[in-house]
Design a protein around this ligand. Structure first.
Ligand code: CA
Length: 236
């Protein structure tokens, strides 16, 4: 996982919700929690999750009806949480179409394992479908569908901003990008960031891209990302 995937947890029991949040965050996911079914559709539209953990019994709107609605328009991975084992077939059936389920009481680490496995499956499906959607330069490859970066076929963990920075540079190797241009690429919301922010992201990127090889030199000449004095950065 290179960028932080977003897991939405819909669970009205605050203890369970916060336990799930802790475990998922510990595993590197970004987690949003909702306690009432009636706010879920809006929340999904505002900040689409990569996976939804959905309790069946909820105030507002129940999980079954939410699952059914979401499935009408999207393949968003859904793990249903239920207290009733006899309900499971129905949850996974055609009518509802959840991807997986857990029964209460559950072990949080079991839920995290399910999340990981479903995301791995959906990511590898996306990778197969869109293998052409990638950028390569020398030994570095970016998959624009799965947001994975590899160096010599080894995964490199990048933040979202680092990924976008590298993507911008890799789209036109040899072209010099000013810090302003890179900032606009990386911060879609036009947040005010300083030049130093970009410099520090570039520094981290370089470190990650060289830590993964046996590169011993740290001089500019050996860097994939070159600093052009007074102008900005370019690839190669
Ligand atoms: Ca509940």
């Amino acid at each position: 996982m290179n960028i932080q995937l977003h897991i939405m947890v819909v669970e009205d029991e605050a203890d369970i919700a916060s336990l799930l949040r802790d475990y998922l965050e510990h595993d590197g996911y970004r987690v949003s929690v909702h306690h009432n079914g009636s706010t879920v559709a809006q929340a999904i539209a505002a900040d689409p999750p990569d996976l939804l953990i959905l309790d069946v019994m909820l105030p507002g709107e129940d999980g079954l009806s939410l699952c059914r609605q979401i499935r009408q328009s999207s393949d968003l991975p859904i793990i249903m949480v239920t207290a009733r084992v006899d309900e499971v077939d129905r949850l996974l059936g055609l009518e509802l179409g959840a991807d997986d389920y857990v029964c209460k009481p559950f072990l949080p680490r079991e839920v995290v394992a399910r999340v990981r496995s479903i995301l791995r499956r959906t990511n590898s499906m996306a990778q197969q479908a869109d293998s052409s959607e990638q950028l390569s330069y020398q030994d570095v490859t970016l998959n624009l569908q799965t947001f994975r970066c590899t160096l010599n076929d080894q995964p490199v963990e990048l933040t979202k901003v680092e990924f976008r920075l590298l993507q911008a540079l890799m789209q036109h190797p040899g072209r010099v990008y000013s810090r302003d241009a890179l900032m606009n690429t990386c911060y879609a919301d036009n947040r005010v960031v300083s030049d130093r922010t970009i410099d520090s992201h570039i520094r981290n990127l370089r470190r990650k891209l060289s830590a993964s090889t046996q590169a011993t030199s740290t001089g500019n000449d050996d860097q994939l990302i070159q600093s052009i004095y007074g102008m900005g950065y370019r690839l190669g």
